[in-house]
Design a binder for this molecule. Structure first.
Ligand SMILES: *[C@@H]1O[C@H](CO)[C@@H](O)[C@H](O)[C@H]1NC(C)=O
Ligand SMILES: *[C@@H]1O[C@H](CO)[C@@H](O)[C@H](O)[C@H]1NC(C)=O
Ligand SMILES: *[C@@H]1O[C@H](CO)[C@@H](O)[C@H](O)[C@H]1NC(C)=O
Ligand SMILES: *[C@@H]1O[C@H](CO)[C@@H](O)[C@H](O)[C@H]1NC(C)=O
Length: 529
């Protein structure tokens, strides 16, 4: 079956005269948690098509069980454990969800900087364990990979690719303020109508909002320079043995596979080497487990609500969980809640708690009326795929931005996790369930999502195979990468033109004065005569 597909691929490749394409060898530099779940869909498809997939896996990686997988795993031993990572995540969540709302702006910033520097040092240690490990590098070089698939949330993939001389492709959602895409990928983003991610604006901005948007871009660029650019540029230069910068290395990505699509994004300019493949992990719903199906059917005409705050937020404080459970107990729908903490006392008979739920299958169930979500990209896309309106309770990372998009598209109501009360949650649920405009918008976006000439997963895999076949995609690379910032904005040309104009004006004025003087003299002469 596998080799059959592979031969088909081979035929297609030979048939279209594209040279010696065969099943390739793919090296993967993954990021953890939900990022891994997304990339795994691509890797499974690649493995299905007969490619050999090898994942460079840090020994502290939380997201996968290497024994049950069609991939090879090359485990990198790093000087910290899974427990360290889990506790770092816990600290991060606790700080973000419970402490930040009480902090002043400066305290928040200093905590964030502290956390970022912890993450950077972990990231660097992971890189160290690969690039300075001669044996591993030799093995990887001899394996002669055709492509490296990297997630820039964890830096280093591009460095390994560069060291191995292998073309690489990025897969990710965004960087804050789109700094990496803009500065390193060359993606144009006019601040007048392309809202900076995490800036909280939509594509229709008033004067003040445009100013805010522009300043947000500028601020993020400064922070990026401060926290990443200098330090990592030095590291990359040391490893590669020649002067380079982080951005220059990142900008060598052959393709950027972005985890969104026009059902989600505001229309904006993009480049031929950016491909929007949002929702590639979505699949039609499968039947539910029997016990669950019975519960869902018992909801009658009111239907069900699916509730999950994602794989990272396991439990809430007792106060919060009681508040949430009380709200849920007061709606006519049945609720399936993914929750691992202590059972709340106010839990109503219409609500059931599960350690884990088959989220995609539930969202695809005809009885599902609404989705209460933290707003992770994977969950958002499952809701778009199945056309389910949502109540968003965003917490961190890309979640506020995702919910802001869904709100602007009329498919979601947003709640603030820190200030919401029982009645807010009830109102929000009633709104998305009773007011048909939310469902209509959800169905409209779902139709847009499904009406594509090529499915997102197939497009992602096509471009990965394309890069393998052609050893890159240089024909899509904009020349912007070779320009300096003042050349890019034509500031040198403007300066030259201004200079010319100034010179012309100067000469004209000089001429005028000269003529006037001459005339004056002639007139005087005539008069004296
Ligand atoms: C934050 O403030 C709220 C009240 O404003 C308080 O209930 C809560 O305990 C505080 N959280 C922390 C971590 O100090
Ligand atoms: C979540 O559960 C863990 C243990 O299961 C506990 O240590 C932690 O305090 C809990 N967090 C909250 C916010 O209740
Ligand atoms: C929404 O509909 C439910 C019944 O399905 C009803 O109990 C609830 O009051 C309605 N809410 C609003 C705001 O109309
Ligand atoms: C339904 O929601 C839309 C969008 O928020 C709003 O404009 C409209 O007034 C709502 N309709 C009702 C009956 O509440």
């Amino acid at each position: 079956m596998m080799s059959g597909k592979c031969i088909t691929v081979l035929f297609l490749v030979l048939g279209s005269g594209l040279g010696s394409g065969s099943c390739g060898k793919v090296l993967v530099w993954p990021a953890d948690n939900s990022h891994w779940l997304n990339v795994k869909s691509i890797l499974e498809e690649l493995a299905d098509r007969g490619h050999e997939v090898t994942v460079l896996l840090s020994s502290s990686f939380l997201g996968t069980d290497p024994t049950r997988s069609p991939f090879n795993f090359e485990v990198i031993s790093v000087p910290f454990t899974k427990e360290d990572m889990a506790s770092l995540m816990e600290d991060f969540l606790h700080m973000w969800v419970y402490e930040l709302p009480n902090f002043s702006y400066w305290e928040t910033t200093s905590r964030m900087c502290n956390l970022i520097s912890r993450l950077v040092s972990i990231n660097k240690a992971t890189c160290d364990s690969v690039v300075w490990n001669e044996e591993l590098m030799k093995m990887l070089r001899e394996a002669a990979f055709d492509i490296l698939l990297a997630d820039p949330l964890v830096l280093g993939g591009e460095l390994v690719a560069e060291k191995l001389g292998v073309p690489f492709v990025y897969t990710f959602r965004f960087s804050i303020g789109n700094t990496v895409e803009r500065l390193c990928g060359g993606l144009p983003a006019p601040p007048s109508y392309v809202p900076a991610s995490m800036g909280g604006q939509t594509d229709r901005m008033s004067f003040m909002e445009r100013m805010k948007n522009m300043l947000f871009y500028a601020l993020q660029d400064v922070l990026f320079h401060q926290f990443f650019w200098r330090e990592w540029s030095q590291y990359y230069s040391d490893v590669l043995g020649r002067p380079t910068t982080l951005c220059e290395t990142m900008g060598k990505a052959e393709m950027w596979l972005i985890r969104t699509y026009w059902d989600f994004e505001f229309p904006r300019p993009f480049l031929p080497n950016f491909e929007f493949v949002g929702g590639l992990h979505c699949k039609p719903a499968k039947p539910l487990p029997e016990e669950m199906e019975e519960f869902v059917q018992s909801s009658g005409e009111h239907g069900i609500v699916v509730f999950s705050l994602g794989s990272m937020v396991y439990n809430l404080t007792e106060e919060k969980s009681n508040m949430v459970a009380l709200a849920l107990s007061q709606i006519p729908q049945k609720v399936l809640w993914r929750y691992k903490g202590k059972k709340p006392e106010t839990l109503g008979p219409n609500t059931r708690i599960y350690d884990w739920i088959p989220q995609n299958d539930l969202l695809g169930h005809p009885k599902t009326k609404a989705f209460i979500t933290h707003g992770g990209t994977n969950g958002i896309y499952e809701a778009i795929y199945h056309g389910i309106p949502m109540v968003g309770i965003p917490m961190f990372a890309d979640q506020p931005d995702n919910i802001a998009h869904m709100k602007a598209k009329g498919m979601a109501v947003e709640l603030d996790f820190n200030t919401m009360q029982t009645q807010d949650l009830i109102n929000a649920l009633n709104m998305v369930i009773n007011n048909s405009s939310y469902k209509e918008n959800a169905v409209r976006l779902s139709e847009i999502h499904h009406d594509q000439p090529i499915k997102p997963l197939d497009r992602a895999v096509f471009w990965i195979e394309f890069v393998m076949r052609h050893k890159g995609a240089k024909h899509l690379r904009p020349a912007a990468h070779e320009l300096t910032w003042y050349q890019y904005h034509c500031l040198d040309v403007l300066a030259f033109l201004l200079l010319c104009a100034a010179a012309a004006v100067f000469i004209a004025v000089r001429c005028c004065l000269f003529c006037c003087k001459k005339c004056g003299r002639i007139v005087k002469k005539k008069k004296t005569e």
